[in-house]
Design a protein around this ligand. Structure first.
Ligand code: OXD
Ligand code: MN
Length: 582
């Protein structure tokens, strides 16, 4: 296989000259190729076959123990002008970064095969989708990209039709943490990643392309590339709604995307469907609404904590055709992780006999990679070329105190301030200092490919591009009482909050108008069969004015970190908030 796209052919040739692979393989995305790669990975020990009876076509990969997560300190945005990367990113001059990376790539594929993966982020026929090509020397990366993107012949055909594509060059190198860098060149629409095989660093379609490069592309082209799940909600009356929600890593995003509503809701005919669990690309449609696609085709989810009671939909999809990375294994070759059930595994994530003295059996960031089509709640609309129309945008953080269960923004500008300042508090379990607030704007802190001030300006500018923008909300599932217990049950019960959000979007329910935005009246939340003290619900839906005054001061300091690129509208919103609190 080769290509009629001259730029692609030239680039592949140039990379081969630099990296000197023994062979070049163009990935066609066929089932035969998939089988061939699985056989190869089993033969060379990269994969271990899991129990064929209980988990047909499932594989276990144990990574280098030093290569188990994203490496934000080694991730750079390389723009010509340092200021354009913003204080939210590490920056390196493009020429310096290219020289550094090309030095590492020099001859690095000798004795290896170079794989060329043409891929499409989003449905192959969607105008919202964008293509890329990843060159890698890892067959494990190829198999993950096969599940996470639309890859192979159809993607190549689109690239040949359209011309443009994002260039991603990856090598696992020596897996040496001292020779590991993830470089992004937004102005060139290219990525260079060396020294890691971990998903977020090596599956270049995901965080590198679909968020860091795409956020920049989205700014120049007038759309949004966001770290959001997309959830479908169908009411008993048959009306279909869609919500896009941003949460930082480890806030239950995959669980929310696959939520099972409480029994009463199911009985009444509510239905939840999953369009995406991590990334959302949205653009204004002719009707003035935002239309969204999930650019991914699979889930690269955290395994620990996934169980029958927390996320039965996720568990169901993991019994077949799944790649497990860094989980533990039971005696009879089944994948296992903390929280799954009460069995004791035989070996841990490093392949050692399990010994609790060595820590958890599965790495806390162990992962599953699986096609989205295996998810029982997968929405067929995920394949729609036009995308789905978004009714509400939800921002969430992990706040042990202060932030109510749900708050609706007064308008778009207020919503942008809410998203820009959403935060999580450190808990006693994580570090010594409890209650330290870390802000993670739009859950994009590690993923925005340019200056946050410009990014907020772009969000504000959507008002000129679309006249039926979604309503904006913040949620907080994580309030704790004086004894450190969660006050809200979370999981499927979050449906009750989603119902209120949908009712607000439909103008079907009122709200308390407070200084910080619109909150539900307790009586307007469905509490049927809700197993909690309604007095606690009152506490979750009140505004602590003194606490919010302090919060406003902290927000002022935070915005100041981004200098004069912060749009005045955010300061105006902050002033309105402070005036209302006073
Ligand atoms: C992820 C992350 O892996 O946000 O999705 O870290
Ligand atoms: Mn994520």
């Amino acid at each position: 296989m080769t290509t009629t796209n001259q730029a692609l052919a030239d680039w592949v040739k140039q990379v081969a000259e630099l990296t000197q692979p023994d062979h070049i393989h163009w990935c066609d995305g066929t089932a035969a190729e998939e089988q061939q790669f699985n056989d190869m990975l089993l033969a060379d020990g990269t994969y271990k076959k899991l129990n064929e009876q209980t988990h047909p076509n499932c594989f276990l990969h144990l990574s280098d123990p030093q290569d188990v997560a994203r490496v934000e300190h080694l991730t750079f945005i390389c723009t010509e002008n340092e200021i354009d990367a913003g204080p939210n990113n590490h920056w390196m001059a493009p020429a310096t970064a290219h020289a550094k990376m090309d030095d590492l790539f020099q001859g690095c594929m000798q004795g290896r095969t170079m794989y060329v993966i043409p891929y499409c982020m989003g449905p192959i026929d969607s105008p919202i989708s964008r293509c890329g090509v990843e060159i890698t020397d890892s067959a494990y990366v190829v198999q993950n990209m096969r599940l996470m993107t639309r890859m192979g012949q159809a993607a190549l055909a689109r690239i040949e039709r359209e011309g443009g594509f994002v260039k991603g060059l990856h090598s696992t190198g020596e897996l040496d943490p001292n020779r590991r860098f993830i470089m992004h060149f937004p102005e060139e629409l290219s990525i260079k990643s060396y020294g890691s095989g971990y998903g977020g660093n090596a599956l270049l379609g995901k965080k590198c392309h679909a968020l860091r490069i795409a956020s920049y592309q989205a700014k120049t082209e007038g759309w949004l590339a966001e770290h959001m799940l997309i959830l479908g909600i169908k009411t008993p009356a048959g009306k279909q709604h869609y919500v896009a929600a941003a949460f930082p890593s480890a806030c239950g995003k995959t669980n929310l995307a696959m939520l099972i509503p409480p029994a009463g809701y199911v009985k009444d005919g509510w239905e939840i469907s999953t369009v995406g669990d991590d990334i959302c690309w949205m653009r204004p449609g002719e009707d003035g609404r935002l239309w969204a696609i999930n650019p991914e085709a699979g889930f690269f989810g955290v395994a620990p904590g996934t169980a029958e009671d927390t996320n039965p939909n996720a568990l169901k999809m993991l019994y077949q055709d799944t790649i497990f990375t860094n989980v533990a294994e039971t005696e009879d070759g089944q994948p296992w992780w903390e929280g799954l059930d009460d069995r004791t595994p035989k070996t841990d994530w490093q392949g050692r006999p399990f010994d609790p003295a060595n820590g958890p059996a599965a790495h806390p960031n162990s992962r599953f990679t699986v096609s989205a089509k295996r998810c029982p709640s997968y929405s067929p609309e995920s394949e729609s070329a036009s995308g789905v129309p978004i009714d509400a945008i939800v921002f969430g953080g992990r706040r042990a105190s202060l932030v109510p269960l749900v708050t609706e923004a007064r308008d778009w500008e207020h919503g942008v301030l809410m998203g820009a300042t959403v935060a999580s508090e450190t808990t006693a379990a994580a570090t010594g200092a409890v209650g330290v607030v870390r802000r993670d704007p739009m859950a994009m802190k590690p993923f925005c490919g340019y200056h946050f001030g410009d990014y907020w300006g772009h969000w504000l500018g959507m008002q000129e591009k679309a006249d039926h923008l979604p309503k904006v909300f913040t949620v907080n599932w994580f309030r704790k009482d004086a004894d450190g217990r969660f006050m809200w049950p979370g999981f499927g019960e979050n449906m009750r909050v989603l119902e209120w959000i949908i009712a607000r979007c439909q103008d079907q329910v009122g709200a308390q108008e407070t200084a910080i935005g619109h909150l539900p009246q307790v009586a307007d939340l469905n509490t049927d069969d809700l197993d909690m003290d309604l007095g606690v619900l009152d506490q979750l839906l009140t505004v602590d004015a003194a606490g919010w005054q302090k919060e406003a001061e902290s927000v002022t300091e935070f915005l100041a970190e981004f200098g004069d690129r912060v749009p005045q509208a955010l300061y105006d919103q902050l002033q309105t908030l402070q005036a209302k609190l006073a």
